[in-house]
Design a protein around this ligand. Structure first.
Ligand code: SF4
Ligand code: SF4
Length: 227
């Protein structure tokens, strides 16, 4: 199915049914999401989220490895950040516990808008992706302004572009790729993110240029985190 391009306004009003936070949904995180979520959970380092299996990293878009929220599987399959209740009918209802925190992943904050970015030309476009087939929010008549939704997330989109560029570089460089990913997703969150991402870009650049510089750290982290 081809998703409609959004340019001005679109119809949407979430009914908070929680359906798109359960079942087979996959929530990929970018580096800034990792940073904010780790801080929100009170961790100094992103590694802890992998050790405690809040996240796993696995294949995402274009074959690149990305961190994903690890859904709970009991009593049903749902996001651990969904504050839910089970109705008598057995239906799950709920809200995102990260909504007010600033740690809600960008992909969730933008939903139902999907972001497409051409890293070569800088062109950015938006499509409307129904979060689930049954989503009532997408059938509502309330009009939303595209710019109203995305303007406040400008800095997050810039961070995400830098993350995509790092992924692109790693994917172009086959040698020692797995170890490089091991380094990419494990970092300290006590510094400002601008400094964190500068450090990551420099480290990845160094590892790509000097594969022998890859330490056992990456391999052991990768083994612990990947599913
Ligand atoms: S499925 Fe649609 S209406 Fe339900 S929580 Fe998700 S976006 Fe909102
Ligand atoms: S992070 Fe929040 S919005 Fe995203 S899937 Fe989990 S509960 Fe839903």
């Amino acid at each position: 199915m081809i998703s409609p391009i959004v340019s001005g306004t679109y119809s949407f009003e979430c009914t908070l049914c929680g359906d798109c936070c359960s079942g087979n949904m996959k929530i990929p995180l970018n580096l800034y999401d990792l940073y904010t979520l780790s801080s929100h959970l009170g961790y100094n380092n992103t590694s802890r989220m992998f050790e405690e299996k809040v996240l796993v990293w696995t294949e995402g878009q274009n074959g690149a490895l990305q961190p994903f929220i690890r859904y709970k599987t009991s009593p049903a399959v749902f996001c651990p950040f969904l504050v839910n209740c089970i109705e008598e009918s057995g239906e799950y209802k709920g809200r995102c516990s990260l909504h007010q925190s600033g740690a809600k992943p960008l992909v969730c904050r933008l939903s139902p808008l999907g972001r497409m970015k051409d890293l070569d030309t800088g062109e950015e476009s938006w499509v409307l992706i129904p979060p689930t087939e049954q989503c009532e929010g997408i059938k509502c008549s309330k009009r939303q302004s595209l710019m109203g939704q995305v303007d406040s997330l400008e800095q997050e989109r810039i961070w995400e572009d830098r993350f995509f560029r790092i992924l692109q570089k790693i994917e172009e460089h086959a040698l020692g790729k797995m170890d490089i990913y091991g380094h990419l997703y494990h970092f300290n969150v006590t510094l400002p993110f601008s400094q964190v991402i500068n450090n990551i870009e420099n480290r990845i650049e160094f590892l790509i240029r000097t594969p022998s510089g890859q330490t056992e750290y990456g391999a052991s982290r990768q083994g612990a985190a990947k599913e």
